[in-house]
Write a protein that binds this ligand. Structure first.
Ligand code: URA
Length: 177
């Protein structure tokens, strides 16, 4: 199920330009889930195409992964004002769409604390859980969930850069035929 073009299930509709639907391969066994579109994504209607997106695309490419071979999406499909974190109520309203998007995935990678908190239902300390496999149920299906750093966190330190590089290499292995 996709959001109606005039979706008003939460208040984020008021500030959005475009609803940002997933990009990449909708049938991929691997999905990347970020927190919310930023300004560039809001303008273009495509997830992870702004500064963080370019960093993510480069880190994936360095591990030999073409972003078009993954499903790339966000917990909410509309940009929160001023790029604030999405609220729990906004993520809950959008959850039905996320579950539909992930219906072919066996491996779900959560990018950053906000996405991981929404998907897991509890807050995590990223440096404790990054790149640890968790077995969870999403939309009634069992999947492997891998929490990792948001590409925006890479500007703050080497741990996030290295963490995301390890995740990209794992994704490369997951996509190997
Ligand atoms: N940050 C996200 O979490 N998602 C995007 O699509 C872009 C930036």
């Amino acid at each position: 199920m996709r959001p109606d073009p005039d979706c008003r299930l939460c208040g984020l509709w008021e500030g959005r330009t475009k609803i940002v639907l997933p990009s990449g391969d909708p049938d991929s066994r691997v999905a990347l889930v970020g927190e919310a579109p930023g300004a560039t994504e809001d303008a273009e209607g495509v997830p992870f195409v702004g500064r963080s997106g370019k960093r993510l695309t480069r880190i994936l490419a360095e591990a030999g992964v073409d972003r078009d071979d993954l499903l790339i999406t966000n917990t909410v499909k509309c940009r929160p004002p001023g790029n604030r974190d999405p609220k729990q109520s906004e993520m809950s309203a959008c959850r039905v769409f996320l579950e539909g998007e992930l219906s072919s995935c066996e491996v779900v990678v959560g990018l950053g604390r906000s996405a991981c908190r929404d998907i897991l239902g509890y807050p995590v300390n990223m440096s404790e859980v990054a790149n640890r496999d968790l077995r969870i149920t999403i939309g009634g299906r069992d999947v492997v969930f891998i929490p990792t750093f948001h590409p925006a966190a890479c500007v703050y330190g080497k741990a996030a850069q290295e963490g995301l590089r390890i995740t990209a290499e794992r994704i490369a292995r997951e996509l190997k035929p």
